[in-house]
Design a binder for this molecule. Structure first.
Ligand code: 5FU
Length: 267
């Protein structure tokens, strides 16, 4: 039985990682497989978007290094909102260095990512040391790691053998730490392990941007490709209109993503 045919709540019960378990449970509770990607550079603008979309999301994704006026008060408020509105925080850091360095980048510096981010991600490019290095910091905090097995951008090199070896690296590390992938489809379908697949490059209207981004619809991603979480950025916060329109747009994506999930369960 591939994970795509099982309800999120059932998958939660069997998951060895506390953060993945929490995510799957709250997805079921909020009927949401939507992660909103907040790519704006002012803390107050970011928080305003988060406050708007909070009821509709299972997760909020950050790029903390783009914030121009970062202070620890920003991540503290983000963490407070996550508790209040029942969502997780995913720092899309895409670590890509040797184990010793990524452990420092994850724990230290200005941003102290491990302190507030429930989930982060890494490129498998440097080899398994990156997974072990991040695990030294994240495992004791019950955090979760994703590996980038594929990307959404045109011409990216994460294909074929690279993708297969990313999946193998996750299997070797164990699902108690590496809980899944950034990928465009069910890259784990050659096994019966239940990884989470989180997928960026999702839009209902635009087909792409001027810099190589490629969009598919929530239905293509969740129903056709069997992914678990849709990641949407500009499709939601980039629309014209007032703040209420942002929640309406998020709600549209939530509904589409959830319908696609329910439909695939009864295939
Ligand atoms: F790993 C990836 C990827 O392959 N494609 C992506 O687009 C990550 N992303 C991120 O998802 C990217 O850094 C943005 O933060 C977000 C997509 O934003 P958009 O506005 O929906 O295009």
């Amino acid at each position: 039985h591939p994970p795509t045919t099982k309800p999120y709540a059932v998958r939660a019960d069997a998951h060895p990682n506390p953060t993945a378990k929490r995510l799957l449970k709250l997805m079921d509770r909020k009927k949401s497989n939507l992660c909103v990607s907040i790519d704006v550079t002012k803390c107050e603008d970011a928080l305003e978007i988060v406050r708007r979309v909070a009821p509709a999301v299972c997760m909020v994704k950050t790029h903390i290094d783009i914030m121009e006026d970062f202070t620890p008060a920003f991540t503290a408020e983000l963490a407070r909102l996550a508790d209040e509105h029942d969502f997780l925080i995913f720092e899309d850091r895409k670590f890509a260095d040797i184990g010793n360095t990524v452990a420092l980048q994850y724990s230290s510096g200005v941003h102290r990512i491990a302190e507030w981010s429930h989930i982060t991600n890494a490129h498998p490019l440097p080899g398994p040391g990156i997974v072990t290095g991040l695990g030294k910091v994240g495992k004791p905090l019950d955090r979760a790691l994703l590996l980038l097995a594929e990307m959404s951008s045109a011409g990216n090199l994460a294909v074929g053998d690279y993708t297969r070896q990313a999946v193998q690296m996750a299997r070797d590390a164990g699902r108690d730490w590496v809980v899944g992938f950034i990928a465009m489809g069910r890259v784990d379908s050659d096994g019966d392990d239940d990884f989470l697949v989180l997928t960026p490059g999702v839009g209902l209207v635009a087909k792409g941007d001027a810099l190589g981004q490629q969009y598919r619809t929530p239905r293509q991603v969740v129903y056709d490709s069997g992914c678990d979480v849709i990641i949407v950025g500009r499709g939601i916060y980039g629309i014209e209109g007032d703040a209420a329109a942002v929640l309406a747009e998020a709600e549209k994506y939530r509904a589409e993503g959830w319908k696609a999930y329910e439909d695939r369960l009864i295939q």
